[in-house]
Design a protein around this ligand. Structure first.
Ligand code: MRU
Length: 367
């Protein structure tokens, strides 16, 4: 997407790879919306740390980062001993896959790259396949998001008010975004609409990342406190909800997404407002049989006790808000059951959540 910083506009992808330096290049998302900066990770451990510390975040973006991290780890290996190379790859894969547990995209990306690498007969061959496969994953993520846009744009009519939660914009993917793709496609088709961005405490991805993206894209929007959505729905001021997801169960249609998504889905059902989830195919988990088995990341208490921001002089600071001696429970994600979801917007079309298993071939599972 085009990013305009200090009046200069340039196209950016969220995640790219510098093959000469063997470095992964990432937008430092923790600094947004106050500063736009690209950072480089020099080895697979730094790449895993960037995922864990949320320099890069969002299902597709961490999927592509893990893919490039695996290629980076593979390319750093010296020698031609295949069993030693394979042991090193296992370590790299494990380190990247365990950086964040809830999103399935990194796991799917890593499996895809390892499977592609198996066709190489030497270390050198496998190293070059790893990078090609990582590039392919990143390109596919962007083209899947474009496909989501084509299908999802049909849901948006003139003057609609659309609610979204957390950030499922282009920063959360390689480009375009999942929940934002229909918005960008509808805007390109000349439709006029308004977006409400849930603030999304505790990390405020809606207020910082989605709002920044929509402002960059000149889409009319307002940030609302997480608690405001029910009130707006009750007054008929929200017509449609579109969110992203970190993992959708192909067998049941259950959707894991940023904490608070389930609450919004319950409210939407109560007010008969269509509730859609937009995903690329890498977000589908065909193995798990029930939502209760989705690993939910427990995050640090400091996220709830305070917040990061910038002072008037532009200095980035953490301020304490809550009573410091109180305990905190901070689950990062929740699971929305299929019955609350109107449809899953995919690059292959829009499906009812309970239809996914029946449509699995179309959705890229099992040939
Ligand atoms: O900021 P994160 O990585 O903790 O949150 C993940 C997400 O971006 C969201 O859950 C998002 O809505 C779906 S993933 C594109």
């Amino acid at each position: 997407m085009n990013v305009t910083v200090r009046g200069r506009s340039r196209a950016h992808r969220t995640v790219t790879f510098d093959s000469g330096q063997n470095e992964v290049l990432l937008i430092e998302q923790r600094l947004l919306p106050h500063e736009f900066k690209i950072v480089a990770t020099r080895n697979f451990r730094e790449t895993a740390a960037a995922i864990q510390n949320m320099i890069v975040r969002g299902a597709g973006a961490i999927g592509a980062t893990a893919a490039y991290g695996l290629a980076q780890g593979a390319r750093a290996f010296r020698g031609s001993n295949l069993p030693k190379f394979s042991a090193q790859l296992d370590l790299v894969q494990h380190t990247l896959a365990s950086a964040r547990p809830t999103a399935v995209d990194p796991v799917n990306a890593l499996i895809k790259i390892r499977t592609a690498m198996d066709t190489g007969e030497t270390v050198a061959e496998q190293q070059s396949i790893a990078l090609a496969a990582a590039e392919e994953f990143a390109n596919e993520d962007a083209s899947h998001c474009a496909g989501i846009g084509r299908h999802g744009a049909n849901l948006i009519r003139d003057n609609m008010r659309i609610l979204t939660h957390c950030n499922a914009g282009w920063l959360a993917f390689v480009d375009i975004g999942s929940a934002t793709a229909p918005l960008y496609a509808a805007q390109a088709a000349g439709r006029k609409f308004h977006v409400y961005c849930d603030e999304t405490r505790p990390r405020s991805q809606g207020a910082t990342l989605t709002a920044w993206e929509l402002a960059q894209q000149k889409i009319p929007h307002q940030i609302i406190a997480d608690n405001a959505a029910g009130h707006l729905m009750q007054r008929g001021e929200i017509d449609l909800v579109i969110v992203g997801s970190d993992r959708v169960l192909g067998r049941t249609g259950e959707v894991a997404n940023k904490i608070g998504t389930y609450t919004k889905a319950v409210l939407a059902k109560r007010h008969k407002i269509p509730f859609y989830v937009a995903i690329p195919l890498s977000t589908l988990d065909w193995n798990l049989k029930r939502g209760l088995d989705i690993p939910i990341e427990d995050r640090h208490e400091s996220e709830v006790l305070g917040a990061w921001g910038v002072t008037k002089s532009g200095k980035r600071e953490f301020v304490r808000v809550a009573n410091p001696t109180s305990g905190v429970r901070n689950p990062g994600f929740d699971v929305t059951p299929a019955e609350l979801i109107t449809g899953i917007i995919t690059p292959a079309g829009i499906f009812k959540p309970t239809e996914l298993w029946k449509k699995r071939k179309q959705l890229g599972h099992g040939g």
